[in-house]
Design a protein around this ligand. Structure first.
Ligand code: ZN
Ligand code: ZN
Length: 381
């Protein structure tokens, strides 16, 4: 063996791959023919090129370390093939990196990629949101093709190394520029950068490794979800190309409008309309709550716009314990049609109360109405 490849690169025998690569890059930058066209330098450049080709390849390095010559006849790639030759391709990208700092990911890209996340909307009733539920949902997502197990090749066939790029996934080209010869790499047009081609694609998935299919999933919906809450189901999204790992599935909650209750946060609001007499005398009104029928106690002398909170009858807090309240807003109805007897009775009542010609009380602006709305919103009386 004539050449000491370690000496050529100026590294120790126990140098790491990283040290070997660094040494090579430094020398390549110094000795590249574009920089230094002197024939002696070019000879030296070929040497470091060959040395790096051996020492950067674990198999060749091992062979060399054991006393063999991986660059000799039958030892693999021919030594000193130089620019444009097929043999040295492994180094060219490193040379380019050394020159232009284009330390991008090299080599063939994988056919397998992670799938995308998917999202579906799910409509639920208020009661389901308040207490939680379990739902069956139908999802249409990409799943692994069973015919080819995600490989993309027809049964009995397999992907083959691309002969255009020899499995590298990229092809290099020498062009002339003002710098001299410049090597450029681009994804291999024959294999789209995968390094392999599938001669006979799977007929089921056309080589994609996945097919669309409909599945039924059971989703546990926690108590307290609201409009727009997203429930994440890990790994239930789209399977990736080439049978890659699936993304996640998000179930977005849509809460159906309730005929009686309006939800604000975890509180529920409703309005009960009672006659004037009931407001004055007090009454009990049955209300169908989420927990069943309850009697709402209207105290004698209740005013229109007053609200009655029913504690713990709202929606369960999603985080933490307890529930919101159910706020019953009272609206007092004034009779609009009176028969003569009713009118007579009311006139008597007015006289008894000294209200035949009431002065009334005016508030500035619309304050009365607004404050009542505000109180209703805050759930206060
Ligand atoms: Zn298939
Ligand atoms: Zn190719």
């Amino acid at each position: 063996m004539a050449t000491d490849y370690y000496a050529v690169l100026g590294v120790q025998r126990d140098a790491s791959q990283d040290e070997i690569k660094k040494a090579f890059r430094r020398l390549a930058r110094e000795l590249h023919p574009d920089v230094n066209p002197d024939p002696k330098t070019q000879e030296r450049f070929k040497e470091i090129n060959t040395a790096y080709e051996v020492l950067s390849d674990p198999q060749k390095k091992q062979m060399y370390d054991l006393g063999g010559d991986p660059m000799g006849p039958g030892g693999g790639a021919g030594a000193g093939a130089g620019f444009g030759g097929a043999a040295g391709f492994g180094n060219f990208s490193d040379i380019m990196d050394a020159f232009f700092g284009t330390a991008t990911q090299r080599g063939p890209k994988s056919r397998t990629r992670r799938g995308q996340d998917a999202m579906i909307r799910l409509e639920i009733e208020l009661k389901e949101a308040a207490f939680g539920t379990t739902k069956e949902i139908q999802v249409d997502t990409a799943t692994v093709c069973n015919t080819c197990n995600g490989e993309g090749a027809a049964p009995g066939t397999s992907a083959q190394t691309c002969d255009m790029c020899r499995g590298r996934g990229e092809v290099s080209q020498v062009t002339r520029s003002f710098l001299g010869q410049v090597m450029t790499s681009r994804p291999c047009p024959q294999c789209q950068g995968f390094g392999t081609v599938v001669p006979t694609p799977c007929p089921e998935c056309a080589g994609d490794g996945r097919v669309r299919s409909r599945r039924t999933l059971t989703v546990k919906i926690p108590a307290g979800v609201d409009n727009g809450t997203r429930i994440q189901l890990a790994g239930e999204g789209e399977v990736g190309p080439g049978g890659g790992p699936p993304g996640d599935l998000y179930v977005e909650i849509r809460e159906k409008a309730h005929p009686v209750f309006q939800r604000r946060g975890d509180d529920l609001h409703c309005t009960v309309t009672i006659p004037m007499t009931a407001a004055a005398l007090g009454t009990k009104v049955p209300l169908e709550t989420l927990d069943g029928t309850e009697e709402v106690d209207i105290r004698p002398g209740t005013q229109s716009g007053q609200s009655i909170p029913l504690h713990g009858r709202g929606v369960t807090h999603l985080r933490g314990n307890g529930r919101g309240e159910l706020v019953v807003h009272v609206e007092v109805q004034t009779p609009s049609k009176l028969d003569p007897e009713q009118e007579e009775l009311l006139r008597r009542l007015a006289k008894l109360r000294g209200e035949e010609r009431p002065l009334g009380q005016f508030q500035p602006g619309q304050q009365g109405l607004f404050s009542r709305l505000k109180d209703a919103f805050n759930g206060r009386t």
